[in-house]
Ligand binder design. Sequence first.
Ligand code: G3H
Ligand code: 13P
Ligand code: ZN
Length: 313
Amino acid sequence: MPLMNSREIFKNAYEGKYAIGAFNVNNMEIIQGIVAAAKKEESAVILQVSAGARKYANPIYLRKLVEAAIEETNLPIVLHLDHGDSFELCKSCIDDGFSSVMIDGSALPFEQNIEMAKRVVDYAHERNVTVEAELGKLAGVEDEVNVSIEDATYTNPDQAVEFVERTGIDSLAIAIGTSHGAYKFTGEPSLDFARLEKISNMLPNFPLVLHGASSVIPKYLEMCNMYGGQIPGAKGVPEEMLNRASKFGVCKINVDTDLRMAMTAAIRKVMIENPKEFDPRKYLGPGRDAIEEIVRHKISQVFGSTGSALKLK
Ligand code: G3H
Ligand code: 13P
Ligand code: ZN
């Protein structure tokens, strides 16, 4: 099965009212953990690479690892650029063989966001690559950019319709209260479902995307802290809210923090319990297993994409 763009995958997800997990990848063990889970669940999956991941791992290594994952699993896999901040970066990924890109102009004024997204769409669609863009501003930390809660803005539904029409994008990331990182809520978690429903009704059959959608899984948060970590009071998006969002046009749910936390927790445990151990396989292996466990849980219990690969073959 070749690398796929997101078009057909999202069409099926929209109709079936489930979401596809989009997981951030930075190295071999992370990729292997994710695809092992997707294979067991026979689910399509999106592997996404941030600018930071490209810098860390070198894009060629990541692309080759993803090619290996496809060869090994025969799954429908999308290789996606996460938070591309310029036309040049998107073009470079498209030229490198990515099947999907995100152009993130959410920090720009509306007209400039449209202009940049449209330019990427024109280049990408000629090459059968799908494009995600973002409208509204999420709070939280991505790379070196830190958006405070006061500076975050929820997506305006009327603008969303105009944005989609004028850019020709394939999916739209919206801001309804999720945020990047491990500290998403100070009080009770809440998302603006009325806004999501309105956007979804105004954009029928159009795939929406939720960024900043990690749940901060208590088991791994506690494990991190128990074995010397210091991540007090972290809080994520409750799983039932993500599942509910998948019924209102949300076809892609982004997860990075939960992978980081699961892998770190497993590694911390090995390090503390086995101070004499210095074989990297002895801690990276459990890190990979932890990723597989949570991705499998998300696919089967939260996003509902189990079996989605079967309809795409
Ligand atoms: O949304 C951001 C992702 O969590 C990627 O994080 O830029 O540190 O790789 P990163
Ligand atoms: P989390 O920080 O909630 O995992 O969000 C990841 C994300 O949105 C990547 O684009
Ligand atoms: Zn994001």
